[in-house]
Design a protein around this ligand. Structure first.
Ligand code: ADP
Ligand code: MG
Length: 366
């Protein structure tokens, strides 16, 4: 999904921080000579800077691989774009009339996947709230720093807020039982696209690669003898707060309140909307999830940012994710023991860390 910016300043900061993350992503663990077989290519897709890194692939296969990844990502973007004319906007327009419409198996499978993740998140990840997201102005390429929507309009939508259970999937057709349902896959489509891209690399026989879309990525294999090392952004600066060495096939996705926002009267309003309140989620700056598939990691990161530091353990358990890190507005780090074993903090002063075991749900201050 395109990630519009509301000012050049914001875009500059974002590109700088992405470059830092990407440079870090491709750093070998020691300072030896750069390996010959390392191909790294960058291009714009899904409205963000995408970096594809390949290890141990010849030039000819690398060129084919890059173009396959680019076309997978562009295909997802064109099919699932939430506001520029796409397959999704056609589906949304038809569902809003109360019609029952035919849909192809790939569409049905993606939507039922999103519906299942939404259920497991207790509807905190709610891709049916496109109208609310549009009301906040986030379905646009360039949201001006205009006032937030009137409370009455938010409340009108909240009174009968749709969720993915209103989407009836039956015998290759779709219909909606709530005329306010408007699907927006902004919290999930990037993960889905990265999964598709990695599948196409694997089909080409590529075993060692990273597809990194704006800091969210899936890594397979390794960087020669070394694991791939990736950076987690500091939500309060353009830098890196921690690094993680990825295993054989892992996705690392972060949802952050710094990704898209506008400021009005000195108040910052970001793009991840809490379906319980109708307002941007409060209390958490970022949520990072490591999981095997990127689609689950993407949806879970969105849901866990909304769930916040009090509630994230239940949602993580239900969504089947065990490696989670939340950074709250006091810059305290909340994590599972599994995540704690994986992250290496780069900050000079060690942050306050609170570890929660998902099985016992006890919180230990470290
Ligand atoms: P990031 O942009 O930080 O990667 P996410 O993956 O969380 O963030 O995606 C944010 C996008 O998801 C928003 O721009 C919007 O399109 C959509 N969205 C916002 N709130 C919700 C929600 N509660 N459930 C599902 N999708 C949401
Ligand atoms: Mg997400």
């Amino acid at each position: 999904m395109p990630i519009p910016k509301n000012s050049k300043q914001q875009l500059r900061t974002r590109v700088l921080s992405l470059l830092l993350i990407i440079i870090l992503t491709s750093l070998p663990l020691s300072c030896s000579k750069p390996p010959q077989q390392h191909h790294k290519t960058q291009f714009m897709a899904l409205g963000t800077l995408v970096t594809v890194s390949l290890w141990d692939v010849d030039d000819e296969l690398a060129a084919k691989a890059i173009s396959a990844v680019e076309s997978e990502l562009n295909h997802v973007s064109m099919t699932w774009h939430a506001w520029q004319p796409s397959t999704l906007t056609k589906i949304n327009d038809a569902l809003a009339t109360g019609a029952t419409i035919p849909a192809d198996p790939a569409t049905l499978s993606l939507l039922s996947r999103a519906r299942d993740l939404a259920r497991r998140s207790d509807q905190l990840f709610n891709p049916a709230i496109g109208k609310l997201i549009a009301l906040w102005g986030f379905q646009s390429d360039d949201r001006p720093d205009a006032p937030p929507p009137p409370k009455a309009e938010i409340e009108r939508l909240l009174a009968n807020l749709p969720d993915m259970n209103n989407l009836i999937i039956e015998k290759q057709t779709l219909r909606s039982t709530n005329m306010d349902l408007k699907i927006d896959l902004g919290g999930f489509a990037k993960g889905f696209a990265v999964d598709q891209a990695i599948s196409s690399l694997q089909e080409m026989g590529i075993k060692n690669a990273i597809v990194n879309a704006g800091g969210d990525l899936r890594a397979i294999g390794a960087h020669g003898e070394r694991p791939w090392r990736i950076g987690i952004r500091d939500p309060q600066s353009a830098g890196i707060i921690a690094t993680i060495d990825t295993g054989d096939d892992e996705s690392v996705f972060t949802s952050g309140n710094y990704e898209r926002f506008f400021t009005y009267d000195g108040v910052k309003y970001h793009h991840i909307i809490d379906p319980r309140t109708g307002y941007p989620a409060v209390g958490t700056l970022s949520a990072t999830v490591i999981h095997s598939d990127a689609s689950t990691a993407d949806a879970a990161a969105t849901a866990l940012l909304i769930a916040g530091s009090e509630n994230w353990q239940k949602i993580a358990r239900q969504m089947g994710v065990s490696q989670v890190m939340l950074i709250d507005s006091k810059m305290r780090i909340h994590m599972t023991p599994e995540m704690n074993q994986r992250v290496y903090f780069r900050t000079e002063t060690k942050p306050e860390i609170i570890i929660s075991d998902l099985d016992t749900q006890s919180g230990n201050q470290k």
